[in-house]
Design a protein around this ligand. Sequence first.
Ligand code: S3P
Length: 167
Amino acid sequence: MRNIILIGFMGAGKTAVGNRLSKKLGYEYIDTDQYIEEKEGMTISNIFAEKGEEYFRNLETSVIKEWMLREKPTIFSTGGGMPLRRENAELLKELGVVVYLKAMADTIYDRVKGDTKRPLLQCDNPKQKIIDLLEIRNPKYEAACDFVVCVDNKDIQTVAGEVTKLL
Ligand code: S3P
């Protein structure tokens, strides 16, 4: 039983699919952002606003290192930026099977529009920001993963089923 790590852009469904998978497979479940918020006693938005993105990115690297010491099989839902640092991508592959939940910009925009909890999308034109970030990030997600699952037009159950079949 290897750990499963879900990576992908904001709104790809990493948290919802991770939750579903942990119930389906009986694995423990950790959501990166929630873990960091509890550890710091602050929301992600406040961490970005008060301590800066670099501080948050360093926290992401340090929590992956903590997870390397865990023994129980676990599903990890990562924050959308976590696998972008090469060091993190390498650590995540060591941690377990990395699955990229891949979504098109339209799918992402539909899911995150109106959201106020994602600091990177609090801008005048979030749709364009998604398109721009996705172009930069997609090759990095592809390089960081063992498998890709496309999530457009699929519900959580279907995506979780597809991930299970890869194992
Ligand atoms: C981020 C994604 C967020 C959160 C932070 C930064 C990113 O997580 O970690 O706002 O850089 O893509 P979700 O992917 O769970 O929204």
